[in-house]
Design a protein around this ligand. Structure first.
Ligand code: ADE
Ligand code: ZN
Length: 337
């Protein structure tokens, strides 16, 4: 292992953009399919992996939703989440904020309760046995109706103490943030923190980011690197100290590259950009691999990588008291190098 890769592997990290359903590795998918008597469209793990050659967001999403057919019971959601937490902990991820997509499950007849109880049980094991702390962010599917999002918000309320915020994901084309302005306003009233996906190089990307910042008032933007195309927009994001959660390997699948140069440009501007894995089982790269790709392509220094980790901790939805031990671990690591 190169010295830089060793540095990245050991770097204490925080992940802020991770879809738990996107951590479903083909091997686990086959195991759950067998356990639940579900037919899969591929005969082997190799055949399934060969079909993971997406070239835009919709082609990825089709495979992502199809994969969820094996997730039926509380134990399935436990196994899914536990596997991610073990992998993340092995890469020195100290803390993660995890997205989940309840509508993708309730629309298949799987109860909201089943989903969250399974995830929750794994989070507790993650904390006690793996030493990784996590919080949950519930995403609305933007290609479903506003009424369906409002219903999901209502279903979440009995579990409010387990959910730190809400997000917006799925197919962005024709589904601007403003479509969900009222649901997000209601979520804020209930005490949820707000973030929204503005995927890379989408139709109307810049206009969508403006809506998030000016109309909805999000605290973070997931992806959002197209904000660099508009100097007034990036100045506004900087001024408001909003974080952007970038996902280099994911970018290379759904657009024309990792956008590592945008990450470097954002760091140079002092914007709180972070590096994350998005859907690591489908894009084949967890945190270490995503940091390594961005470092290699943009020539990031170890100090800049520490800054990326620091940005994630600073923009994590934690109190200063909760944040302090993670920052101390990061600073101790940086001092060693
Ligand atoms: N759902 C899961 N991953 C996503 C992504 N990167 N963008 C939009 N929706 C998603
Ligand atoms: Zn995402």
């Amino acid at each position: 292992m190169s010295e830089m890769l060793e540095f990245i592997q050991g770097l204490p990290k925080a992940e802020l953009h991770l879809h738990i359903e996107g951590t479903l590795e083909p091997e686990l998918k086959f195991r759950l399919a067998e356990r639940n008597g579900v037919d899969l469209p591929a005969a082997s793990v190799e055949e399934m992996k060969a079909a993971y050659d997406f070239d835009d967001l919709p082609s990825f999403l089709a495979v992502y939703y199809e994969g969820m057919s094996v997730l039926l019971t509380e134990n399935d959601f436990f196994d899914l989440t536990h596997a991610y937490l073990a992998k993340a902990a092995s890469q020195n991820v100290m803390y993660a904020e995890i997205f989940f997509d309840p509508q993708a499950h309730t629309s298949r007849g799987v109860a909201f309760d089943t989903v969250i109880q399974g995830i929750r049980r794994a989070q507790e094991v993650g904390r006690s046995e793996l030493g990784i702390d996590t919080q949950l962010i519930m995403c609305f599917l933007r290609d479903m109706s506003v009424e369906s999002a409002a219903e999901a918000l209502g279903q979440s309320l009995p579990h409010k103490d387990w959910i730190v915020g809400v997000g917006l994901d799925s197919d962005e084309r024709g589904n601007p943030p403003l479509k969900f302005a009222e649901v997000f306003a209601r979520a804020r009233e209930h005490g949820y923190r707000l973030t929204i996906h503005c995927d890379v190089d989408q139709e109307d990307s810049v206009a969508h980011i403006w809506q998030c910042v000016s109309d909805i008032g999000v605290e973070r933007i997931d992806h959002g690197t197209n904000s660099l195309e508009d100097t007034a927009l990036i100045a506004d994001i900087h001024e408001r100290d909003l974080a952007l959660t970038s996902c280099p390997i994911s970018n290379s699948f759904v657009s024309d590259g990792t956008k590592a140069s945008s990450i470097k440009a954002l760091l140079d501007l002092g914007v709180k950009v972070t590096i994350n894995s998005d859907d690591p089982a489908y894009f084949r790269g967890y945190m270490t691999e995503n940091f390594a790709v961005a470092q290699h392509e943009a020539g990031l220094t170890s100090a800049e990588l520490v800054q990326v980790s620091r940005n994630a901790l600073d923009s994590a939805w934690l109190s200063d008291e909760e944040r302090a031990p993670y920052v101390a671990r990061l600073e101790a690591y940086a001092d060693l190098y």
